[in-house]
Write a protein that binds this ligand. Structure first.
Ligand SMILES: Nc1nc2c(ncn2[C@@H]2O[C@H](COP(=O)(O)OP(=O)(O)OP(=O)(O)O)[C@@H](O)[C@H]2O)c(=O)[nH]1
Ligand SMILES: Nc1nc2c(ncn2[C@@H]2O[C@H](COP(=O)(O)OP(=O)(O)OP(=O)(O)O)[C@@H](O)[C@H]2O)c(=O)[nH]1
Length: 438
């Protein structure tokens, strides 16, 4: 299960970022007395009484600067309503209720999300009348706080934790987290639907309809998965819709918390620059990756079309030669069964540990077969290796000259390890350290 999300909403200048920093214990950011000062940190993890959650500061959500304030505040609130498990609605006890507050309150009253109404900037907690007028918003008892001084914020957090969804038993454990990423409209939601075997995510022809990452928990026999369905990532220059900034962040976050990344390509198009960038995120983060070429039903083909496409993928994504390539149709269901099987396989490979003895037998033979080239007349010796980590499998090689192991020789060693141990679908890392013969 992902961490629950708690959003702070409210009109500009009520103290959202002050409260955000107070709760997450971040450095108190430079807050100015100017309404609408933009910050770029939207999400931060927080914990209270052992419960973890992700806090969102909606003041940082990008909106059209040209839009009237009311529209901006409303779109931020709507965004928060879509994804938050609990909402903190912040008002300013010094200014009292404004038209913007009324507008947000109306939105909140129509939604079914738990809302905590919080009156900020309270100086005198002994005076019960300071928060009285806020009852009129129809959202229950206002909680008085001072975000700037950290007064009563503990009580507020108690309320937040009470309202968080319960942690379902046994769900924290072994489920493999699978991020489904790709450009808008390549068929991410359609694939998720197929994998679920039922229509649960709304699919539409409009690019970018799937705005938020949706986490779905599925079980197949003994195995459990969490599918993280992300919104399409747009090229930076084309980001015009306010929520796009959100989408890119979410997609990156999805990759970060995933064990396996499915990069979905549109079979009717080649591999684009955007595809490369998306695939690159997973590679850099050391995630096991599967390339899924979708809409294969639409591709006019003969018996060589698949090989051609595969070659193109290999060429464009040459940095991830380890990733298996599948050709599917989310629409007809063709070969979709291979997706879960391949997820299992690459998930296992990413977690594989090789015994030190076996590893060194392979390394010795590889070195014997092709010794490392010497550098400036000096011999380079590889003494032994050991696996220090999984996800991704990471190996430390001890050598007399770590800087002398040429990149092409590192490639050679990587290939030898792959030949011996597989590791299909996962990057592996080789680290060279100075050491002595054992
Ligand atoms: N007196 C007092 N001032 C506060 C308190 N909390 C925040 N402020 C001040 O209110 C102003 C606005 O605070 P911010 O945290 O930037 O408000 P915001 O809601 O994030 O504002 P936007 O960025 O415009 O959305 C700052 O000058 C803060 O110092 C408080 O508890 N008491
Ligand atoms: N012919 C065909 N059409 C498909 C296939 N997969 C998806 N589509 C269609 O492609 C369109 C986009 O599919 P979605 O699943 O919404 O794509 P998405 O990647 O989630 O899109 P965003 O929400 O924009 O990120 C829909 O009209 C689907 O019916 C496929 O395998 N074959």
């Amino acid at each position: 299960m992902p961490k629950p999300i708690v959003a702070i909403i409210g009109r500009p200048n009520v103290g959202k970022s002050t409260l955000f920093n107070r709760i997450t214990g971040g450095r108190v950011a430079i807050v100015e007395d100017t309404p609408g000062v933009t910050r770029d940190r939207l999400y931060r993890d927080a914990e209270w009484c052992g419960r973890q959650f992700t806090l969102v500061d909606t003041g940082g959500i990008a909106t059209h600067q040209d839009d009237p304030l009311v529209a901006r505040v409303r779109s931020q609130a709507e965004q928060a309503l879509k994804e938050a498990d609990v909402i903190i609605f912040l008002v300013d006890s010094r200014t009292g209720i404004t038209a913007d507050d009324e507008e947000i309150a109306a939105l909140l009253r129509r939604s079914d999300r738990p809302v905590i109404l919080v009156a900020n900037k309270v100086e005198d907690f002994s005076d019960p009348t300071v928060t009285h007028e806020f009852y009129r918003l129809g959202l229950g008892d206002p909680v008085p706080i001072s975000a700037a001084h950290g007064l009563n914020t503990g009580d507020l957090l108690d309320r937040v934790v009470e309202l968080l969804p319960a942690v379902p038993a046994g769900e924290e454990g072994d489920a493999l987290k699978v991020a489904i990423v790709g450009r808008p409209n390549v068929g991410k939601s359609s694939l998720v639907n197929r994998l679920l075997g039922e229509e649960r995510v709304i699919v539409s022809d409009l690019p970018g309809t799937t705005r938020d990452a949706v986490d779905t928990y599925i079980r197949r026999g003994e195995r459990e998965y969490i599918l993280i369905d992300t919104a399409g990532m747009r090229r930076k220059s084309r980001i015009t819709v306010p929520t796009e900034r959100y989408s890119v962040l979410r997609a990156l976050r999805a990759v970060e918390r995933a064990d396996v990344v499915l990069v979905i390509l549109d079979g009717t198009e080649g591999v684009t620059e955007q595809d490369k960038k998306i695939a690159g995120y997973g590679h850099e983060k050391g995630k096991a990756t599967i390339i899924v070429v979708n809409k294969w039903d639409l591709v006019p083909k003969d018996e060589r079309t698949m090989d051609h496409y595969r070659e193109a993928v290999r060429q464009e994504l040459s940095f991830m030669a380890y990733a298996p390539v599948l050709f599917i149709s989310a629409l007809t269901g063709q070969r979709v069964d291979q997706v879960l099987m391949t997820i299992d396989a690459v998930g296992e490979a990413a977690n594989r540990r090789v015994a030190t003895g076996t590893l060194n037998a392979v390394v010795r033979e590889a070195v014997l077969l092709t010794p490392p080239p010497s550098v400036k007349g000096q011999e380079v010796k590889i003494y032994y290796a050991t696996q220090v980590k999984v996800k991704p499998p990471t190996f430390v090689f001890f050598t007399n000259r770590p800087e002398g192991v040429h990149f092409s020789y590192q490639r050679y060693l990587e290939n030898q390890l792959r030949q011996a141990f597989g590791f299909e679908g996962t990057p592996i890392r080789l680290i060279f350290r100075r050491g002595r013969e054992r």
